[in-house]
Design a protein around this ligand. Structure first.
Ligand SMILES: NC(=O)c1ccc[n+]([C@@H]2O[C@H](COP(=O)([O-])OP(=O)(O)OC[C@H]3O[C@@H](n4cnc5c(N)ncnc54)[C@H](OP(=O)(O)O)[C@@H]3O)[C@@H](O)[C@H]2O)c1
Length: 330
């Protein structure tokens, strides 16, 4: 697998990461055996930049990775996150905490579940508007000094938060949604703030939560508890309207001789040497298909053509349900 440097402060990581979230929650019923097979295949393919969070499950996704990696922790560059506070009795309920004592408490839980004594990249999952980011990052920086964490990251932080955080401690990566139908980092100034500070952009949901692959044709096919049932882009008339985007992706992919999902990933890879997509899957066959995206090379003229066809506002509907939008770009 080709590698890419994770910003100025980070090491080389696989140019495609693996989003592990869907193995435990949000995108329909998972199967532990297939999830483990997917993780094993990722190791074989050299896809070793793995992404999880204490919020996924909650907790069970970290446990899955911890079990799978036991005895070979050093094979992956492991990223996890803290800051979204879940209530085990009410899966829909969410809080946010960036309090220093919460940071210290959270890292201990993640280390225990991941069965490791260090985390390669520790992200603040959502910025807590009630706590100055300097205080949160200060507590995260202490974890680096203690050897519990190697690199620091933020997720869905605003340009202002990124600049403030980078003054406290070098920030290795910003994780934000970035894809053919979500170009916010370009328009909100977060990508520019990253570039000023040598911070990599880790692009989450690069396949548009599966939509850009063309595999999703009817919202009725989602499992009852699938998060996409309440995501505005996948509901009501928006779903039908957004299918027009997929048709365009399919056309570009056919011309290029690849699958729509590979085209979507190749575009993210081509958008900058400081961007690393982390497509998510819980299936070996999707992982293998996605790995093929690294062979799809898009030149500047092709990228410009695709950019013009998918301008920043091409998707219909917010990318999160209204109760979650407020924590974005904080
Ligand atoms: N920081 C944050 O706030 C945040 C938010 C969301 C996600 N993330 C991270 O980013 C990772 C990736 O994002 P994501 O999982 O939301 O979205 P994604 O990568 O855009 O899409 C994942 C969905 O696409 C499907 N899929 C993957 N490859 C496919 C293929 N080749 N053909 C057809 N369908 C395919 C998966 O299906 P299966 O599930 O059936 O395999 C899954 O439903 C997550 O796993 C998580 O680690 C972070």
């Amino acid at each position: 697998m080709i590698t890419r440097k994770l910003g100025t402060h980070g090491p080389e990581v696989s140019i495609l990461g693996l989003g592990c979230m869907g193995m435990s929650e949000f995108y329909g019923i998972g199967d532990e055996k297939e999830s483990v097979a997917t993780l094993e295949r990722a190791l074989e393919l050299g896809i070793t930049f793995w992404d999880t969070s204490d919020a996924y499950g909650p907790h069970t996704n970290e446990e899955l990775l911890g079990r799978t990696l036991a005895g070979r922790r050093d094979k992956v560059f492991l990223a996890t996150k803290f800051g979204i506070v879940r209530d085990p009795n009410d899966p829909m309920k969410r809080g946010i905490s960036g309090r220093p004592e919460y940071v210290r408490q959270s890292v201990e839980g993640s280390l225990r579940r991941l069965k490791t004594d260090y985390i390669d990249l520790y992200y603040q999952h959502r910025v807590d508007r009630a706590v100055p980011i300097e205080e949160t990052v200060g507590a995260m920086a202490d974890l680096v000094k203690e050897g519990k964490v190697r690199h620091l990251g933020l997720s869905e932080a605003s340009a202002e938060s990124i600049r403030k955080a980078a003054k406290v401690h070098p920030i290795t990566a910003l994780q934000s949604e970035y894809s053919l139908w979500t170009r916010d980092p370009e328009t909100t100034g977060t990508l520019a703030a990253c570039r000023e500070n040598g911070i990599a952009l880790v692009a989450y949901s690069p396949l548009g939560r599966g939509f850009l692959t063309g595999a999703i044709t009817r919202p009725e096919d989602f499992a009852e508890d699938d998060y996409r049932r309440v995501n505005p882009r996948f509901t009501g008339e928006n779903f039908a309207k957004n299918l027009a985007i997929v048709e365009k992706v399919k056309k570009f992919a056919a011309d290029k001789g690849c699958t729509p999902g590979q085209l979507a990933l190749a575009w993210v890879i081509a958008k900058g040497g400081d961007i690393v997509p982390i497509p998510g899957t819980k299936r070996v066959k999707y992982l293998e298909e996605n790995a093929g995206a690294v062979e799809v090379k898009l030149g500047p003229a092709e990228v410009a053509e695709i950019d013009a066809v998918f301008p920043p506002d091409s998707a219909v509907g917010d990318r999160y349900a209204s109760n979650m939008m407020g924590s974005i770009n904080a």
